[in-house]
Design a protein around this ligand. Structure first.
Ligand code: NAP
Ligand code: MG
Length: 506
């Protein structure tokens, strides 16, 4: 095993603004007011770089969810929100994007502190992408259109009708988001819900509630009417479960594990809520021997798995390399893994921070243990780093077998399994051999082969000669057990509207 660079444990300081936010009481947002939970209980939030507690946050439970849903229902049915002009709504949503950019540095610091991700990444990706999503969705607010439909009504000869469709908001939407991109996931969920005129109850992940709470302050500053968005931090098993089971919630949008996604499907059955689910992945990253530039492709393969410490639902965690270049690619990815600068997210030169929580540390090291005991080889990493915080070395696994846990299951950490393949014919069944279907990538300079392969990969996103390219205009979501529905792009608007057909006898 190769020695990984030592972890830097000393962390840079927060700015005064971020310190002030961290020191302020963290309550829940109900009807425009910041309030304690009904039980008065709070829960701790930990710094993943040290394992130390850094804040207490109001702990929402069923009673708080009931209050939030009542507020959302009342705001939806009785306030001016639904009847606000699309242009006014669009301006508020645009302003949310502007305020995110105006507070970019503070949000980046809070995100990095809470999740552990490098501040350099939060500054150029998480926060600006969240702002961009609101700006993009602001434009859609004025373009939620129906159609006029020439109908025939064959059993009413001679009768004439004017028929048209309208897209209407679904109503009260529960949104449950994960900890890997806390602010960005809040944006992906809130942007389209607001553009289409819904009211929302948002539950952030227990590990990372900070930026959602700061975003709640910005929503009010942007002029969003009270009650349109409530934010209830709390645990999934209590607050999350209450939201998904609530009989007055019309739709739930969830991002997280496939396991919890299935629980949500069951909980939603009571009142047959609409559901969108963005779940796990085990995405194949396929490198043919005719890559245009091997160094670029190797960088791409490393980025595909190590970006955000592998805590990406679309992480390129199964790297398939055509056998002629396999050794060279594995050596290249391994060399990059060993050079990654590990440290607290807040340090400006950190390239990879800690995993998000003790639970994730245990999960990921558990997968590494199973890899060792099933006979896989760790070409790099393969262990926890240090005793403090939740650091795991970037890991490259070779000599795996198709039925090993590390090959089949989502690890959600910086762990890639590299496998050689023999030919273009062999790769498709291998790449598609997964219960997931979120993303995939292909590296080749043969354009026809790239498009042919893209067509046959069972995945919601296929990247060709690139990886982790996201855009507010590009729909994202999964085939198979990676989910239902799409986020972003114009596709997401269908998931937040009902179609009403209106028929007028002339
Ligand atoms: P998770 O349990 O699926 O959490 C996602 C969200 O669902 C959180 O807000 C969570 O609340 C909430 N939740 C949990 N149980 C719930 C329930 N019974 N009803 C309603 N909501 C519930 O994910 P995790 O435990 O944080 O991570 C476990 C694994 O999930 C990871 O290792 C990874 O494989 C996968 N994951 C995938 C994504 C993704 O982007 N697709 C994101 C995160 C995790 P709490 O925060 O209180 O748990
Ligand atoms: Mg959980």
């Amino acid at each position: 095993m190769v020695a990984t660079a030592p972890v830097e444990f000393e962390s840079a300081e927060l700015s005064q603004k971020a310190k002030d936010f961290l020191a302020s009481p963290k309550k829940m947002l109900l009807n425009g007011q910041w309030v304690e939970s009904a039980s008065g209980k709070t829960f701790p939030v930990y710094n993943p770089a040290t394992g130390e507690e850094m804040a207490q946050v109001a702990e929402g439970d069923k009673e708080d969810i009931d209050r939030a849903v009542k507020i959302a229902r009342n705001t939806f049915e009785n306030s001016g929100w639904r009847w606000m002009t699309p242009s006014e709504r669009g301006r508020i949503i645009w302003r949310i994007g502007d305020l995110i950019l105006e507070n970019l540095e503070e949000l980046a610091e809070l995100e990095s502190l809470d999740n552990g991700k490098p501040i350099s990444v939060a500054r150029v990706a998480d926060v600006p992408l969240a702002a961009d999503l609101f700006h993009y969705m602001a434009g859609w607010a004025t373009k939620i259109e129906g159609t006029t439909i020439p109908i025939s009504v064959i059993y009413a000869p001679g009768a004439r009708f004017h028929a048209y469709t309208k897209r209407e908001p679904i109503g009260v939407v529960g949104q449950i988001i994960p900890w890997n991109f806390p602010l960005l996931m809040a944006a992906w969920k809130l942007g389209p819900a607001l553009a289409t005129g819904n009211c929302v109850v948002l539950k952030p992940a227990e590990q990372t509630p900070l930026t959602a709470l700061r975003l709640g302050e910005l929503l009010a500053e942007a002029g969003l009417p009270d009650g349109v968005v409530s934010i209830v931090p709390g645990y999934g098993e209590t607050a999350g479960a209450a939201l998904t089971a609530h009989s007055d919630v019309d739709k739930v949008a969830f991002t997280g594990s496939t396991e919890v996604g299935k629980l949500i499907v069951q909980a939603a059955a009571g009142n047959l809520k609409k559901l969108t689910l963005e779940l796990g992945g085990k995405s194949p990253n396929v490198m043919f021997k005719d890559v245009a530039d091997l160094e670029t492709a190797i960088d791409g393969a490393a980025n595909a798995i190590f970006f955000n410490h592998g805590q990406c639902c679309c992480a390129g965690s199964r790297l398939f390399v055509e056998e002629d270049i396999y050794e060279e690619v594995v050596a290249g990815v391994t060399a990059r893994a060993d050079k990654i600068k590990m440290g607290p997210g807040l340090n400006p030169d950190t390239e990879m921070g800690p995993l998000v929580s003790q639970e994730q540390l245990d999960r990921v090291t558990g997968f590494l243990d199973s890899g060792y005991s099933e006979g896989a080889c760790m070409a790099s990493g393969g262990k926890r780093l240090g005793e403090r915080g939740y650091f795991v070395a970037p890991t490259v696994i070779t000599q795996s077998k198709p039925d090993m846990k590390v090959v089949r299951e989502e690890i959600f950490g910086p762990v890639v399994v590299a496998e050689p393949f023999k030919s273009a014919d062999e790769i498709l069944p291998l790449a598609n051999d997964s219960e997931y279907g979120l993303a995939a990538a292909i590296w080749t300079k043969d354009i026809a082969k790239a498009h042919r392969t893209a067509e046959l990969l069972k995945a919601g996103t296929v990247w060709i000669n690139c990886y982790n390219v996201f855009d507010s205009a590009l729909p994202f979501g999964g085939y198979k057990q990676s989910g239902w529905g799409r986020e972003m792009g114009k596709e997401v608007l269908d998931n937040y509207t009902e179609t009403k057909a209106v028929c007028v006898a002339l």
